[in-house]
Design a protein around this ligand. Structure first.
Ligand SMILES: Cc1cc2nc3c(=O)[nH]c(=O)nc-3n(C[C@H](O)[C@H](O)[C@H](O)COP(=O)(O)OP(=O)(O)OC[C@H]3O[C@@H](n4cnc5c(N)ncnc54)[C@H](O)[C@@H]3O)c2cc1C
Length: 458
């Protein structure tokens, strides 16, 4: 089947207005938030599971690649159609299908924007916990695909801990339900397998998510440090004391400067690092816990701890953290966000090696990350128009992930493997591990049409 015939057939499945094939459309769908680029043959925006199923069945019959896409904010090339084919963009499937408060679940289509669901639930006194910093734009389907994390994942876990089940379209168009509202399902934990599978095994068309009661009280603090090491040591000390805050986020000086140039948060620009520490839970005992944390900060040479006194002050502290990636555009035009995780006690040592590697490749690095999880996000800043610099960026990214792996950590905390970390899988997987992953992929998708070229090196 040639491209024109494919487009014609797709127009018979999805409203022709939502079958995109102009050069401009294909260019727009040829990138995501990574550095990779490749053009699809055609883009479809289905409106129902039935349409997704028919599109995938056609792709299966014709052995054409299909790539699921939410908002394209993933940072590892997960939505780049490296082998061409059909991009299935879920933006029209953005309905909240059922809010079931007695069972504490909500069922959504994959194109719902994460923050839209969270805002709606909060009005009803409930929380959907996973909160990637991209939540204003990212979709729940994309969060499902990447097993996304966020600041609150220290206490509440990542996306997989909040997905109870899903309706998925398999490689041949078959529609299957995995998991569901009940907590104990017999058989293989297919929901667990599919969350984080980066669209390489199936496409989610409905997702059942867990809701939690909104906390009675929240306390947010900003702890200011003269050395990154003192901030990092505070993180381990708090957890070692048996306190698990809702968030423990760190920003270093270079990131704070970039943020201050963009949004005025009032970060102390002469400090080496700050920690955003948030406690949530019952009002009873909260002041004691906050007092204990301040005491631990003092033991680790904190310069000052500021407590947000109002919701507006808290929002400002978070606006700085959530806007940090965008703000580094003030320093250099492009950035690559590395995502490695290490045991949190290794943070001081690993951060210093990361900065040393940056100096070796002559590239500035800012750090803004989920310190409580030991999940680093060194942001390498550069100019994408300079090929020689881009080459150094890739080398430095690989070296940083190697540092994480050698410290007993891993090559992704939450951004997945996609295209950009295929080579680095060798830092954590043996050849037999990879062979086993390939067998799983083959069992689900023997013709390799579901997001081919991603996650597992060929
Ligand atoms: C500024 C910024 C901040 C970020 N902060 C965080 C953060 O704090 N935590 C974090 O985890 N990530 C973060 N990210 C990365 C990114 O936002 C997340 O990976 C997010 O989950 C991607 O959602 P999306 O809708 O953009 O998905 P996309 O990028 O469109 O897709 C992501 C992956 O999911 C697959 N997929 C999409 N829809 C489906 C579906 N319906 N079924 C199956 N697979 C599907 C895709 O094929 C792809 O492999 C950040 C990114 C940016 C740019």
């Amino acid at each position: 089947m040639n491209r024109e015939q494919l487009i014609d057939r797709l127009r018979g499945i999805v409203d022709p207005e939502y079958v995109l094939s102009s050069d401009m459309d294909l260019t727009l769908y040829g990138y995501d938030a990574s550095l990779d680029r490749a053009l699809p043959d055609v883009v479809v925006l289905p409106d129902s599971t039935e349409e997704v199923s028919q599109v995938v069945a056609l792709a299966h019959k014709e052995k054409i690649p299909v790539v699921a896409r939410g908002s394209g904010t993933n940072l590892t090339g997960g939505t780049i159609p490296v082998k061409g084919g059909i991009v299935v963009h879920f933006s029209r499937m953005n309905r909240i299908l059922e809010i079931d408060i007695p069972n504490r679940t909500v069922t959504v289509e994959p194109g719902v924007i994460t923050l839209d669901l969270q805002n709606l639930m909060l009005e009803k006194g409930f929380v959907y916990q996973p909160d990637p910093a991209s939540q204003k734009v990212s979709t729940l389907g994309g969060n499902f695909g990447e097993n996304s994390g966020g600041p609150h994942c220290l206490k509440y876990g990542v996306t997989t801990n909040h997905v109870l089940g899903a309706e998925v379209v398999m490689d041949d168009g078959t529609v299957v339900w995995v998991g569901g509202k009940s907590q104990d399902n017999p058989g293989y934990d297919l929901t667990g397998l599919l969350v984080g599978s980066e669209g390489t095994l199936a496409m989610a068309t409905k997702i059942v998510l867990k809701l939690m009661r909104a906390p009675e009280t929240v306390k947010t603090m900003l702890a200011v440090y003269d050395t990154v090491e003192d901030g990092a040591n505070t993180v381990s000390a708090i957890i070692a004391e048996g306190i698990v805050p809702a968030t423990l986020e760190m920003l270093d000086n270079i990131v704070m400067r970039a943020v201050e140039e963009t949004i005025h948060v009032g970060y102390p620009l002469d400090a080496a690092a700050v920690l955003i520490i948030e406690l949530d839970g019952m009002a009873d005992g909260m002041d004691d816990k906050a007092g204990k944390i301040i005491e631990i900060c003092k033991r680790n040479n904190v310069r000052e701890v500021k407590l947000a006194k109002t919701e507006a002050e808290r929002a400002v502290l978070w606006a700085g953290r959530k806007g940090a990636f965008g703000a580094v555009g003030q320093v250099r035009p492009s950035y690559m966000c590395c995502d490695g995780t290490v045991p949190r006690t290794k943070l001081p040592e690993v951060l210093s090696k990361v900065m040393e590697a940056g100096r070796k490749y002559d590239l500035p690095i800012g750090n803004v990350f989920h310190a409580g999880d030991g999940n680093l996000h060194p942001l390498i800043m550069f100019d994408e128009r300079d090929d020689e610099e881009v080459d150094r960026v890739h080398k430095l990214g690989t070296e940083i992930l190697k540092i994480c792996a050698e410290a007993g950590g891993t090559i992704s905390g939450e951004h997945g493997v996609g295209l950009e970390k295929l080579r680095e899988t060798s830092f954590i997987f043996s050849e037999s591990d990879l062979r086993f992953l390939r067998r799983i992929k083959t069992a689900f998708d023997p013709d390799d049409i579901m997001n081919p070229g991603k996650m597992i090196p060929e």
